[in-house]
Ligand binder design. Structure first.
Ligand SMILES: Cc1cc2nc3c(=O)[nH]c(=O)nc-3n(C[C@H](O)[C@H](O)[C@H](O)COP(=O)(O)O)c2cc1C
Length: 388
């Protein structure tokens, strides 16, 4: 099958990846209500078709955080994405690099910061989780600065992890010891292409950035144990001040769903925020990205750069979020599926798909530049119906 859309890449990833890995990427938390809402609410937003305007020259470029980029999208942070392809984060970063859009490296990536930095010639973004050990955090920030990361994403919607039932059912989580390993091994062997290319030749460490503190314990269950023990539930706005002091460059708060929190982020000097519910993987039942975005954009859009994510599966979805007030859109599963399906080439192709779809959406809504996309690009949009 040749992928014509991101949905196709999801199917190709399902066929290529071991069951536990596909389920890990595809799944959400609890009943997956929010995961479904992210996708459904975006689809529900009707674009307003306009005709007979000269749309022969469409320009997708934007400037975000002082840097020009080819289009208003970025690859968002996806933990363990690097396990879906050989040295996966390096491949994805290269694809983003070539397409002229930012790549974000998760704290819990398979490839460490320095390895990704060696693979690209343009700066990428680094994503930080608040970890109990502040010295370790300071060290990670120093490594990100050394790698010339051009922005820091500080993710704040994971003081505790949401329960992901699919990970338990697949044997990824809660299956310690030999029995768990054997189960995952069987699933890996059922995908020989992945087992050879990634498992054997890729020699992946589960967590490249935290390897120094795992004390040689690098199994899948060690990853979850480390997260449980080290993610800091005591984190408050004071810690944002701490991060702000340590990171002089652009600072983006990720995981904001409430306008009051967005105002606090602006007050404390964040340069940007990402309206996000973590792809429906944290508190199930919260608003979709599309519904949470408009009141936040209205509240702080003139004070910081508002980005958004959640359920983006096409360039049309990107245009929808831009129309609702986002200045840029983060891709999540979209790139993880592509990477799992076909590595760097597939991520590059996925980005070309997004670009082509955006061009068509812009042509048929009658705009030629990103700045012209706003709520007038939507049909029958009413702020009240979307205020949540
Ligand atoms: C498998 C997976 C791992 C993720 N890991 C992280 C992470 O390490 N850090 C983070 O800030 N967000 C993480 N996220 C959330 C994404 O950055 C993003 O908010 C979400 O995927 C957007 O929803 P979408 O995938 O439906 O587009 C993860 C999401 C998925 C699906």
């Amino acid at each position: 099958m040749k992928a014509a859309s991101i949905t196709d890449y999801r199917e190709l990833a399902r066929r290529r990846l071991p069951h536990f890995l596909f389920e890990y990427i595809d799944g959400g938390s609890y009943a997956e209500t929010t995961l479904a809402r992210n996708i459904a609410d975006l689809k529900d937003i009707a674009l307003r078709q306009r005709v007979l305007r000269d749309v022969s020259a469409i320009d997708l470029s934007v400037e975000l955080f002082g840097r020009k980029q080819a289009m208003p999208v970025a690859l968002g942070p996806i933990g363990l994405a690097g396990l879906t392809a050989r040295r996966g984060e390096v491949q994805a970063a290269r694809a983003a690099n070539a397409a002229g859009v930012p790549f974000s490296l998760s704290t819990v990536s398979a490839c460490p910061i320095a390895e990704v930095a060696r693979g690209v010639d343009r700066p990428f973004w680094f994503q930080l989780y608040m970890i109990r050990d502040r010295a370790f955090m300071a060290d990670l920030l120093a490594k990100a600065a050394e790698a010339k990361c051009s922005a820091l994403i500080f993710t704040v919607d994971m003081p505790v992890p949401g329960a992901r039932y699919r990970d338990i059912r697949s044997g990824l989580a809660g299956a310690p010891g030999f029995a768990g390993q054997a189960r995952r091994l069987m699933q890996a062997l059922a995908r020989p292409g992945w087992a050879y290319d990634v498992g054997l030749r890729g020699r992946p460490h589960v967590l490249g950035n935290v390897l120094p503190v795992l004390n040689g314990r690098t199994g899948m269950e060690d990853y979850f144990a480390w997260m449980r023990a080290n993610f800091d539930p005591r984190v408050t706005w004071k810690d944002l001040e701490w991060v702000r002091q340590k990171w002089p460059g652009p600072l983006i708060l990720k995981g904001v769903l409430d306008p009051d929190d967005a105002r606090s982020a602006a007050d404390l000097g964040a340069d940007g925020l990402i309206v996000s519910n973590h792809g429906g993987r944290q508190l199930d039942g919260v608003l979709s990205g599309a519904r949470a975005l408009p009141p936040i954009a209205d509240a702080v859009g003139d004070r910081l750069t508002v980005l958004a994510d959640g359920g983006v599966r096409s360039g049309l979805d990107v245009v929808r979020l831009l129309a609702l007030g986002a200045r840029g859109v983060m891709l999540g599963r979209a790139w993880a599926f592509a990477l799992g399906a076909g590595g760097q080439a597939a991520v590059s192709h996925m980005l070309r798909l997004i670009e082509a779809e955006m061009r068509v959406a812009m042509a048929l809504t009658g705009v030629t530049g990103i700045g012209a996309i706003d709520r007038t690009s939507l049909a029958g949009y009413s702020a009240a119906s979307n205020a949540g």
